[in-house]
Design a protein around this ligand. Structure first.
Ligand code: WTA
Length: 581
């Protein structure tokens, strides 16, 4: 669990390096081994760098070694630079940021760790956090790590049922939450949701409650109030990862990566459009953010509001612009580069997933002048060996081909198991292509050997031997028609001759979509259901298209669930009530 974040540490560190040549010559084991010894403090040193076997689903790194990630994130830096700012909490209320130094964060973490121990939390126990992005959430993660407990951070947008599932699954005795969350000016009763959830969770003995707002909430015998703490101020180097702490990007690049490297990290509690669409750039100017890491969906949204919202603010502090979470279409990439970065900052499309722990494919690190192609993740990170496999499980050696994206060698940050279900781990990631870790994504490898993600493989269709991914089609539609969001549903078994369809889709891909914009292919049905992390809920939309709307599953993570009903109504309007499409 702790080691899962180790490669993140390296990625975050290497992201800031200019020359990558120093490391490429080294062998992978030497590379990870040297980084692990140099960049981390070990309680006891490791004996072997790696001992992994994909066909058995065995992933072991740094055996014999022992470290504490909270010591690596905090104590090391408190020794050398205690007054450096570790966290900048960009609160929902604009202009009210709060800074936390490494010393303060260590103190808070130790106090919380001691409290957890006093409350009976032991090594190996799991503590569930249901909190917005805030310093106390970071301190809670680090306090768990410090005392050897496991943290289970549940995104604070999840419903009571979804939260209860996760508490039960981990058998948590302790939950940490806040009285209320605030997001985009709206107050959300988080403690109330926890109260509902724990009714069905017999394992929970105590709920620690911090105060985010001044409104008191009903407390029960189970609840332990947490007092406020005092903050101070100091300048530092600023890493601005906009992801919520409840998602993997918030864990790896909001907390562990920057802190292990002694950086200053911004915890963004708000939304990109609150109080207005200039929020990100006003924050960049005010906090002096140097690396801005955001999601394509937010970039597309802001693009719609126009350049003035960006140009109003001084963005000269920005050095690097990152993107993660879904494919970034060329139009959004170019706007991000030209308008936000003023053409000066490299835009880095980073591909990775929760299972990989950290960035796996990204244009940097590489030579400072190495080319960056819009909308492409391009270069495998050092130690990551991607392979594209075809439907028969054969490796596609030739460049200029599309296949299932797999990774052929282990790396330290990768997942080691699925909690309570190791068999499912093996079946999902190692059985589809024996000997390889299967990512579930499709990718294209260009003639130059650069990678481009084409979307989740379940969404890719194969028409007359030509694989078409949703990302590819969505990119073309956005470039051709004036709209911000596009969602392509690829219906299988459409009543057109296969080769005609293939031909038409290929034409679409070559930017000629307008000609074929017949209602058969392009339909405007309403706003898109997006999660609060910005991912479009493809599962839901596919069910709408398949008319399985009785069973849409858990919608609690959606930003606005009314959008789903709008889409269902729009779809019915276009197709009538009949079952036949
Ligand atoms: C998708 C988020 C295209 C992909 C870190 C992956 C991307 C899934 C990109 C993981 C990218 C992430 N280009 N697609 N740069 N980054 N994805 O677990 O389908 O929330 O498998 O981790 O998001 O999502 P997760």
């Amino acid at each position: 669990m702790l080691l899962n974040h180790v490669s993140t540490v390296f990625t975050a560190y290497l992201w800031q390096q200019t020359s990558f040549h120093d490391v490429v010559a080294l062998e992978i084991e030497t590379f990870w081994g040297a980084l692990a010894s140099q960049r981390l403090s070990w309680i006891s040193p490791f004996n072997t760098v790696q001992n992994c076997n994909f066909s058995q689903g065995k992933i072991k790194w740094f055996e014999g070694g022992k470290l504490n990630v909270s010591v690596n994130c905090l104590d090391r830096h408190v020794h050398t630079c205690p007054e450096r700012v570790a966290l900048i909490w960009e609160r929902d209320e604009p202009g009210t940021e709060v800074k936390f130094t490494y010393r303060e964060l260590l103190e808070l973490t130790c106090r919380l760790g001691n409290l957890l121990k006093r409350l009976g939390v032991r090594r190996g126990d799991c503590v569930t956090l249901y909190m917005p992005s805030c310093p106390l959430a970071v301190a809670s993660m680090l306090a768990c790590a410090r005392i050897g407990a496991v943290h289970n951070v549940v995104f604070a947008g999840f419903s009571a049922e979804a939260l209860a599932d996760r508490i039960r699954d981990t058998q948590s005795s302790t939950v940490i939450t806040v009285n209320q969350g605030v997001r985009g000016g709206k107050v959300i009763d988080l403690k109330r949701t926890v109260d509902q959830a724990v009714q069905n969770c017999p394992s929970v003995q105590q709920v620690l409650v911090a105060m985010r707002t001044e409104n008191s909430v009903a407390m029960t015998d189970r609840d332990v109030p947490l007092e406020e703490y005092v903050f101070s101020y100091q300048d530092g180097d600023v890493f601005g990862c906009m992801a919520d702490i409840g998602w993997i990007t918030g864990h790896s690049y909001g907390v562990y990566g920057p802190l292990c490297n002694g950086g200053t990290t911004v915890l963004f509690e708000s939304t990109p459009v609150y109080p207005d669409p200039g929020r990100y750039w006003e924050t960049v100017q005010r906090l002096g953010i140097s690396q801005f890491y955001g999601a394509p969906t937010a970039i597309r949204l802001l693009l719609k509001y126009g350049d003035e919202w960006v140009q109003k603010y001084d963005r000269s502090c920005l050095k690097t612009l990152g993107s993660v979470g879904e494919p970034i279409n060329r139009e959004a990439w170019e706007w991000y580069h030209r308008v936000v970065g003023g053409g000066r900052c490299p835009v880095i499309d980073t591909w990775w997933q929760t299972e990989t722990g950290g960035i796996c494919i990204a244009p940097r690190p590489s030579d400072p002048d190495a080319e960056i192609i819009p909308g492409m993740a391009m270069r495998p990170f050092y130690g990551i060996k991607p392979a594209l496999l075809d439907a028969k499980g054969e490796v596609l050696h030739a460049h200029d081909s599309t296949g299932a994206l797999c990774i052929s060698m282990a790396w330290p940050g990768m997942a080691r198991t699925i909690h309570n279900d190791h068999q499912r781990f093996i079946e999902t990631y190692f059985q589809p292509y024996p000997g390889y870790f299967f990512t579930g994504d499709g990718a294209y490898c260009s003639k130059e050997g650069y990678y481009q993600i084409v979307g989740r493989l379940d969404d890719v269709i194969n028409v007359s031997g030509h694989r078409l991914g949703t990302a590819e089609l969505e990119d073309v539609v956005v470039c051709t028609i004036k709209c911000v969001y596009v969602f392509v549903v690829l219906k299988k078994g459409v009543e057109v001759q296969e080769d005609v369809l293939a031909q038409q889709l290929r034409e679409m891909v070559s930017r000629n979509i307008a000609k074929y914009a017949s209602p058969d292919y392009i339909q405007v049905v309403g706003r898109l259901p997006k999660t609060r992390s910005g991912k479009i809920m493809r599962r839901v939309l596919r069910k709408v298209v398949e008319r399985k709307t009785d069973d849409l599953g858990d919608l609690s993570t959606l930003d606005d669930s009314e959008a789903v009903h709008e889409v269902i109504r729009g779809h019915q309007r276009l197709h009538g009530g009949s079952k036949r499409e």
